[in-house]
Design a protein around this ligand. Structure first.
Ligand SMILES: Nc1ncnc2c1ncn2[C@@H]1O[C@H](COP(=O)(O)OP(=O)(O)OP(=O)(O)O)[C@@H](O)[C@H]1O
Length: 254
């Protein structure tokens, strides 16, 4: 059964500039609660830039400038009184390359919980829950003190997902989370994404059209900073309305 299209995350008339260069052009989009939305489009079209706008990653870029409105539920993400730390807790992010901290498996998760001042006595259970939720517990339960960097790439990425979910975010942004992984690890992450959407709203950037078809409820096709077409996965891949979308998904460019 499809969850109703309640927007969890959205932006309206978003323009984003790096210096004088306009990267995003009047993008308006809504991401429904508990669904997976894939952002697709050729390299450089602004997918990652759009994704990063939603947890204020561009705050760290000196010449980035944003116009328009972005919302998490009905909270204005860029309102002056908003705490960026709180936003990043509610909107977690998983990056292209697994980036565990140079700490043990356990401490990778404990660190995030301590920073956000979770009660000390709850930490062990929260860590176990997050590792179970990320399909990693069975593989690591007897070696939680092992350095995280000694895990395989796929396990490291599931650890990074665990590090995100341990904070109980509402949204998970994923920037090409499988691009550094082999097909078996990729398959595990895709299964995990489908499971995670029961609890989280997920927006993922992917170059892999098969992956987008396997995991997405909706798909957004971007080109040169514009949102060209946004519809159900079925429509985008089987009945695209725009010629550009048709050409892109049939591999004519990109
Ligand atoms: N910090 C920055 N300063 C200046 N330009 C940037 C910065 N970050 C990204 N860009 C530019 O913004 C444009 C969009 O980049 P972005 O990474 O969003 O594209 P993308 O669609 O995710 O590409 P890819 O699929 O290759 O990852 C590119 O031209 C890129 O060079």
């Amino acid at each position: 059964m499809l969850t109703p299209d309640v927007p969890k995350l959205s932006c309206q008339h978003l323009n984003l500039y790096f210096g004088t260069k306009q990267i995003l052009k009047d993008v308006s989009i809504e991401f429904p609660k508990n669904q997976v939305v894939s952002l697709i489009g050729p390299s450089g079209c602004g997918k990652s830039t759009l994704l990063r706008s939603f947890n204020r990653m561009h705050d760290l870029v000196a010449d980035a400038r944003i116009e328009g409105k972005l919302f998490l539920d009905n909270q204005d993400l860029y309102a002056p009184q908003v705490s960026v730390t709180q936003i990043r807790k509610r909107v977690g992010m998983v990056f292209q390359k697994p980036n565990p901290l140079p700490k043990s498996i356990y401490d990778n998760l404990a660190y995030a919980l301590r920073i956000h001042q979770f009660p000390k006595n709850e930490i062990p259970q929260l860590i176990e829950n997050a590792l179970r939720e990320s399909y990693l517990w069975e593989e690591v339960k007897n070696e939680l003190k092992k350095p995280a960097v000694k895990l395989s790439g796929g396990q490291q990425q599931r650890l990074c997902i665990a590090r995100t979910v341990v904070l109980r975010p509402e949204v998970i942004l994923m920037d090409e989370p499988c691009s550094a992984l082999d097909p078996i690890s990729t398959n595990k992450i895709e299964e995990l994404i489908l499971k995670l959407k029961e609890h989280y709203t997920i927006v993922i950037v992917t170059h892999n059209m098969q992956q987008a078809q396997r995991i997405s409820d909706k798909v957004a096709f971007m080109y040169l900073g514009e949102l060209i077409e946004y519809d159900t996965c079925e429509h985008i891949f089987h009945r695209p309305q725009k010629e550009l979308t048709k050409n892109y998904i049939s591999g004519h460019f990109g």
